[in-house]
Design a protein around this ligand. Structure first.
Ligand SMILES: O=P(O)(O)OC[C@H]1O[C@H](OP(=O)(O)OP(=O)(O)O)[C@H](O)[C@@H]1O
Ligand SMILES: Nc1nc2[nH]cnc2c(=O)[nH]1
Length: 175
């Protein structure tokens, strides 16, 4: 696709990473795990990951928003809340990408305050150079540079989520 400058991770590579992460997660927990996907970007990654988790799990979703185009407003809003109560549960938040960290630091606090037994993060990607607030992500797929990426759930103005790979979006699309 001409809008994609280069492909960073193919479907095969992402699936292999999900296998590794799922194995670690399965080893780290013993009982039931509440897996919380953050809409919408986490959906393809979460679909792949949960198949590799060998534990009794419950899945739920939250929708929060802080991005418009390629910039963050810095303010996190809950657009859709969880169906299940988190009190006393082990919670694993699943994300597509950690950028400034604002979304996940906010969400982790919200879920802890609601009385979860534990809260951990599993993110497909992280951009450490962009961090504004500290986020303790126990499970991370890949570290990337400060480039705007799309595909495998990630969008630019709602487009490209269906690409079966993660690629760098050409600057000509948004400049
Ligand atoms: O670390 P941060 O700077 O907070 O950025 C990360 C957040 O940005 C993206 O979501 P977005 O708001 O674009 O929603 P989407 O998943 O529906 O695309 C991504 O899925 C994370 O939730
Ligand atoms: N699609 C997309 N969303 C983001 N949110 C924060 N960083 C990114 C990124 O690189 N790509």
């Amino acid at each position: 696709m001409k809008e994609i400058e280069s492909i960073l991770y193919t479907e095969e590579v992402i699936k292999e990473k999900c296998y590794e992460l799922g194995k670690k997660i399965s080893e780290d927990y013993s009982g039931e795990l509440l897996v919380v996907g953050i809409l919408k970007g986490a959906v393809p990654f979460m679909a792949e990951l949960i198949k590799r988790i060998d534990l009794p799990i419950i899945i739920d979703f939250m929708d929060v928003s802080s991005y418009e185009g390629t910039t963050t407003s810095g303010e996190v809003r809950i657009l859709k809340d969880l169906e299940f109560r988190v009190e006393g549960r082990d919670v694993l938040i699943v994300e597509d990408i950690i950028d400034t960290g604002l979304t996940l630091s906010y969400l982790t606090e919200v879920i802890k305050k609601r009385g979860a037994k534990s809260v951990e993060i599993c993110s497909m990607l992280t951009k450490p150079k962009r961090r504004k607030v500290y986020v303790n992500a126990k499970y991370v797929g890949f570290e990337i540079d400060d480039k705007f990426v799309v595909g495998y759930g990630m969008d630019y103005n709602e487009k490209y989520r269906n690409l079966p790979y993660v690629g760098i979006l050409s600057e000509s699309v948004y400049k």
